[in-house]
Ligand binder design. Structure first.
Ligand SMILES: N[C@@H](CCC(=O)N[C@@H](CS)C(=O)NCC(=O)O)C(=O)O
Length: 305
């Protein structure tokens, strides 16, 4: 089995970002199809409670959030790079694009095509988001969702002026994968030229170029196989103190790491290493043995536990 295991489901936009990243780097990977709604017992055994999709596993190292996953793919497989024009700008563009566009495209699906959602989905996502998902309010929000999407899609379209092939220039970067997945979600649910995409021809050609990158070579495996891999492996993270930590956190402390937007399930463990962009905690569970769980810092709260 490939050492790269992606826990995901087909219709997940953030997973599409990672699948394209795997394809761009020409990788063979093990694919575990996970449930779209809770419970997700095998995923949460690996992560310690984090329930979002996707999750990447390499042995007993578990990477949560596509931001952290893409960074790890880049670290382990630097060529071709997600950062042909340098870091920083690509990360910031990626953050802006997916944070602003994911929620409106999901809202459009909830409001306009509730019949395609599996049973229990809206109730699950109400808990996930901490908001009451009311069909009448969702329908009333549609005009604003379209206005907001249109404004951001317009910016993307303008970035592609002067025959620019990708958002940062001639080469694809992390920003393209992050901006593409909400567009992919709109296209697969509402058609490839659905409004407001239809007024942006440059954007539509760009989306074709990104889609053509493909997903590499996924090989289906079961979640039980993935848990067995974690049990048999030793996590690779080693303890490193961060001399710049703003509040003096040290390896060995017990901390809770919690997403600050949706799916706010805390993961508790022993701090192993941390820095400006990542935090690693160690925890164990009978189903997976001892694992190191890696999170990004942007978008996550770290508190003592
Ligand atoms: N910041 C996260 C966002 C992930 C996210 O919101 N994923 C959606 C699916 S695309 C999700 O977790 N939905 C709830 C679920 O799958 O349980 C990331 O970059 O991975």
């Amino acid at each position: 089995m490939s050492d790269i295991i992606l826990h995901h489901y087909e219709t997940s936009p953030y997973s599409e970002k990672v699948r394209l990243g795997l394809g761009f780097k020409g990788l063979t990977w093990a694919s575990v199809e996970i449930p779209m709604i809770m419970p997700k017992l095998d995923v949460t055994a690996l992560t310690g409670g984090y329930r979002k999709t996707p999750v990447l596993q390499i042995g007993a190292d578990i990477y949560c959030d596509s931001q952290r996953i893409m960074r790890e793919l880049e670290r382990r497989h630097p060529t071709p790079s997600f950062y042909p024009a340098g870091r920083g700008t690509a990360d910031a563009l990626a953050w802006w694009a997916e944070k602003t566009m994911f929620s409106p495209v999901a809202g459009l699906l909830f409001a306009r095509k509730p019949e395609v959602l599996p049973k229990g989905f809206l109730e699950d996502r109400a808990k996930f988001s901490g908001r009451n998902i009311d069909p009448a309010a969702m329908a009333a929000a549609v005009p604003n969702l379209l206005d907001q999407l249109r404004a951001h899609l317009h910016w993307l379209d303008q970035m592609l002026a002067n025959r620019r092939a990708f958002l940062q220039g001639a080469a694809v970067s992390l920003a393209d994968f992050a901006a593409y997945h909400p567009v992919w979600f709109l296209q697969r649910n509402f058609g490839s030229t659905a409004a407001p995409l239809d007024e942006f021809p440059k954007l539509l050609s760009w989306a074709e170029r990104v889609a053509a990158i493909g997903h590499g070579d996924p090989r289906p495996v079961t979640s039980q196989d993935a848990l067995a891999v974690a049990r048999a492996a030793m996590a690779s993270a080693i303890a490193v103190a961060d001399p710049q930590d703003p509040v003096g956190r040290r390896p060995g402390q017990r901390v809770a790491v919690t997403p600050d937007d949706t799916g706010r399930d805390p993961v508790v463990g022993e701090l192993v290493a941390s820095g400006a962009d990542e935090i690693v905690i160690k925890r164990s569970d009978p189903a997976v043995g001892e694992v190191c769980v890696h999170f990004p810092r942007a978008g996550f709260a770290v508190t003592s536990a």
